[in-house]
Design a binder for this molecule. Structure first.
Ligand code: C2E
Ligand code: MG
Ligand code: MG
Length: 703
């Protein structure tokens, strides 16, 4: 402690103290009308104001003029107010230092009034320039900080220790859909879905404080909830800033919806068929693999259904791919609606679909029954006409079934088995369901053999022609259909339904078809010579590929030339598949052949895409009602209706009509009742080799 004895000493000590302060003391008084005078200034004023003390006293206007004009106005107002109310004042103002710098000064003063009531102020002024600079820097920093926060793509949210939101940047506003004022000070759990949403106060405790080690600093995927209630996937990374007296959590949120959508799309592209949105082959294989693996622990059986649309190629080729696609989409839809939740419907490609049935009975025969029932349902569903723009299109499937159990079957093998069964269904006349059995595999492995053997069949004289009568209402023979037979040395009689498709695929049909025409002409010529009048006409099946062949016409004409007796007594049976392409060419070819006395029948009518428009332009003489409609004509109203329609149609177009596959008198009578008076079928005669045919019919002919 310092002891001061005299006034002199007292002044010295005071000077010592004041000279070492960072500011200076002053006394200011009002002279006349808002003019002011500095009466006292301590020594430090010289350094702060940048003028010798002497000058400061003598040239006071120099001091006041250096105060920024608007600050000086404020000062004056303050002083007036202080003088009126007797209050102390303080203010910060800018002062132009003689060095040229602007310095910030802070003044604090109290009012004293003399005995006349004149005001005078005692105060202290300090240089606060460096503090001001810091403040500015801090302000700049805050602005920059906010700028950055508002421009980053991620949502950044800071919360305090109680979980209350402190800041919410632009990206957060955009992402969550709340305005800043709607969230500031609210619990952050409002941005989360349940169960967090209603946890409020517990949220932070439960998820940040206690779970700190788990989540701080790590990013994790979670769900956020927007103001409108929609949930979205987000990536959340939380940092924790600890200060002496508080903790702040910074949450960085990235919207993953886009990425999730992309992931879903990528998965969709990789595992789903873009046309039908059904699982693709890859996905199916995966499901099948999973099923086989799981099955090893279970007893239940599963089944694979291989579904191929009959005659799809014809539709695609004739009406275009867009129509084909339309059908495939509708088929996919119907398939999906026909199976249970746990079953998988997949598209392998083209017109091939697979259905994977799981959890069938552990009993083999029951499982077969279940799978067959589903297959039957699918067959029925796909037989219902499709609406393809304005066209009503009748399609049918061939379905192969294989049952699998927990023995270690390979996925590919299963698929192959179902495929084989499907192929069998096709060979059996299409629109069929077939169950895989081991003999099929043996047959399939010989299919390639079959093709090479078929090549030899002609020269080895294993091919033969059989004939089946075409009859009128009185049962008289009005013609015969030529049906080819293959007598295989080991397999016995192989159905044309099996080997004609092989012949078509391999191109052997050209040679075989040519041979059939030649032999038929030869046979008709011989019969005509031996028994004139027995067989008035012969109908020959011509496959589409054969008909489209370039030199089909000259070859036929060459044969006709050698057999003048058959003129006007031949009919070619074409199927609707002939119309899949180059219809104009087909019509031109038909017309040329017509000039040479060849008539045309449209075979298996009603099973193809039955577009009525082409019927008008084809030079046909007859429609053949497919035997699938005749088969159930007595019991199935739909079949009866189709047969009836075909008959009415042929009448309307001035064409003849004949029904195939007539097996009973009742069927014949039903057809006659509908106005169809020509028949072919076992009821009249089976297809027979030429001499049997002649013997059979000669007997009838004679009687
Ligand atoms: P498609 O031309 O429709 O021949 C009629 C089929 O029905 C024949 O079968 C015949 O045996 C059978 N059928 C006739 N009546 C009845 C009946 O009352 N009940 C039953 N259930 N079936 C009957 P097939 O001989 O097995 O011939 C099958 C198909 O093979 C033929 O159908 C035809 O599309 C084709 N095909 C036969 N021969 C030739 C040929 O020389 N060339 C060509 N391109 N295809 C041929
Ligand atoms: Mg035929
Ligand atoms: Mg037919």
């Amino acid at each position: 402690m310092m002891l001061v004895s005299s006034q002199q000493e007292c002044q010295t000590v005071l000077n010592l103290l004041t000279d070492n302060l960072p500011g200076f003391f002053f006394q200011l008084s009002e002279t006349t009308g808002q003019s002011y005078q500095l009466l006292k200034l301590t020594n430090s004023a010289a350094a702060i104001l940048g003028m010798p003390l002497q000058e400061l006293h003598t040239n006071q206007s120099a001091i006041f003029s250096r105060i920024a004009a608007e600050d000086f106005d404020d000062l004056r107002a303050l002083l007036t107010h202080s003088a009126t109310h007797g209050t102390p004042w303080h203010m910060q103002f800018r002062y132009q230092h003689p060095s040229g710098n602007i310095v910030w000064l802070a003044a604090h003063a109290s009012l004293e009034q003399d005995h006349l009531g004149r005001p005078s102020w005692y105060g202290y002024i300090s240089d606060i320039s460096s503090m001001k600079q810091n403040e500015q820097a801090l302000e700049d920093y805050a602005v920059a900080h906010r700028e950055i926060l508002d421009n980053v793509v991620d949502a950044i949210i800071t919360i305090n220790e109680q979980g209350l939101i402190q800041t919410f940047n632009n990206a957060a506003i955009k992402l969550f859909g709340y305005k800043e004022e709607e969230v500031l000070g609210k619990n952050v759990s409002m941005l989360m879905p349940e169960p967090y949403r209603s946890q409020h106060d517990h949220y932070i405790n439960a998820h940040l404080h206690f779970g700190v080690t788990k989540i701080i600093g790590r990013s994790r995927e979670t769900k956020g909830q927007r103001k409108d209630g929609r949930l979205f996937n987000m990536e959340l990374r939380i940092s924790r800033i600890e200060r002496a007296d508080s903790v702040t959590f910074i949450g960085m949120v990235r919207d993953l919806s886009e990425r999730k959508r992309a992931e879903v799309l990528i998965e969709k592209l990789a595992f789903y068929d873009p046309l039908t949105s059904l699982p693709n082959r890859r996905m199916l294989m995966q499901c099948l693999n999973d099923a086989l693996e799981k099955r090893q622990y279970g007893q239940e059986l599963g089944a694979l259904l291989f579904i191929d649309l009959d005659n799809f190629k014809h539709l695609n080729d004739s009406l275009g791919h867009a129509t084909g696609d339309q059908l495939l989409r509708q088929v996919a839809q119907r398939l999906q609606q026909s199976v249970r939740q746990q079953d998988t419907v997949a598209r392998l490609g083209g017109d091939e679909f697979i259905i994977l049935l799981l959890h069938l009975s552990p009993e083999y025969y029951q499982a077969i029954d279940q799978a067959a029932q589903i297959a039957e349902k699918i067959r029925a569903v796909l037989n219902t006409p499709f609406k393809l723009e304005k066209l009503s299109y009748v399609s049918s499937p061939s379905i192969g079934i294989t049952i699998f159990s927990d023995d270690n079957k390979v996925v590919d093998e299963l698929l192959q088995q179902a495929d084989l069964a499907m192929y069998q269904a096709k060979a059996a006349g299409k629109n069929m369901i077939s169950l895989f059995d081991v003999s099929m595999q043996i047959q399939a492995s010989t299919r390639t053999q079959l093709e090479s053997q078929l090549r030899q069949a002609l020269s080895n004289q294993q091919l033969q022609l059989h004939y089946q009568g075409l009859h009128n209402e009185q049962g008289e023979l009005v013609g015969a259909e030529v049906l080819i037979r293959w007598f295989h040395p080991e397999l016995g009689s192989v159905s044309p339904a099996v080997f004609i498709p092989i012949a078509e695929e391999s191109g052997l049909i050209y040679e075989i078809g040519q041979w059939v025409i030649e032999q038929s002409c030869l046979q008709l010529t011989n019969w005509t010579a031996d028994m004139p009048g027995l067989v008035p006409k012969l109908s020959i099946n011509i496959s589409a590929r054969q008909f489209h062949q370039e030199n089909f016409l000259p070859q036929v004409l060459a044969i006709l030339e050698q057999h003048p007796l058959v003129q006007k007594r031949l009919q070619f049976e074409l199927t609707e598949s002939i119309l899949v392409s180059r219809v104009d060419e087909v019509v031109a070819k038909m017309r040329r052949l017509q000039e040479y006395g060849i008539g045309f029948a449209l075979d298996d009518f009603g099973t193809g895409y039955s577009s009525l428009s082409y019927l008008k332009c084809l030079p046909l003489e007859q429609l053949k009602i497919d035997r699938s409609f005749v088969e159930d004509i007595l019991h199935d109203n739909n079949d009866a209706a189709i047969a009836c329609t075909v008959i009415a149609l042929s009448k309307a177009l001035g064409l003849g009509v004949i029904a195939e596959g007539v097996e009973t008198a009742e069927q014949r009578d039903a057809l006659a009742g509908m106005g169809c008076y020509h028949y072919q079928g076992f009821y009249f005669s089976k297809p027979l080799a030429s001499h049997d045919f002649v013997n059979f019919h000669r007997a009838v002919f004679a009687s």
